[in-house]
Write a protein that binds this ligand. Structure first.
Ligand code: AMP
Length: 115
């Protein structure tokens, strides 16, 4: 837990959010500024600034997250139509919140390339 991290506060319940999924390692909640009909953020309960701050001891956590993302997509009804997972990292990656997170987007066709 990082004291000044908004996503740590959401994960701990200090800031209320509607969890669409939670388990021992992850929580998922709607993005406050949705970019698609379905747009949730999936975050580890553990504070990591970004994937660039992860180390070998985080292998199981990262693997668990990748395996869980499609399950959350299924729960939200976008597994069959398809979905996009985005992990913005650092300044040029467009990361604005310094707690590792995956955007799970769906409910419409996702254009490529991204802006
Ligand atoms: P990124 O720009 O990849 O770091 O993504 C951060 C995301 O967090 C943005 O899409 C914001 O809309 C979202 N966000 C910021 N604060 C909150 C919050 N309190 N609840 C839900 N989503 C948030």
């Amino acid at each position: 837990m990082s004291d000044d991290c908004i996503f740590c506060k959401i994960a701990s319940g200090a800031i209320p959010a509607k969890f669409v999924y939670e388990d021992e390692f992850l929580v998922a909640f709607p993005d406050i500024n949705p970019m698609a009909p379905v747009h949730v953020l999936v975050i580890p309960r553990k504070h990591l600034d970004s994937v660039a701050a992860a180390g070998p001891s985080d292998s199981a956590l990262l693997g668990h997250a990748l395996l869980t993302l499609p399950k959350i997509a299924a729960k939200l009804g976008i597994a069959e139509s398809g979905f996009r997972v985005v992990m913005n990292t650092g300044k040029d990656g467009g990361q604005s919140v310094g707690h590792l997170h995956w955007h799970l987007l769906g409910g419409r066709f996702m254009e490529w390339p991204p802006g």
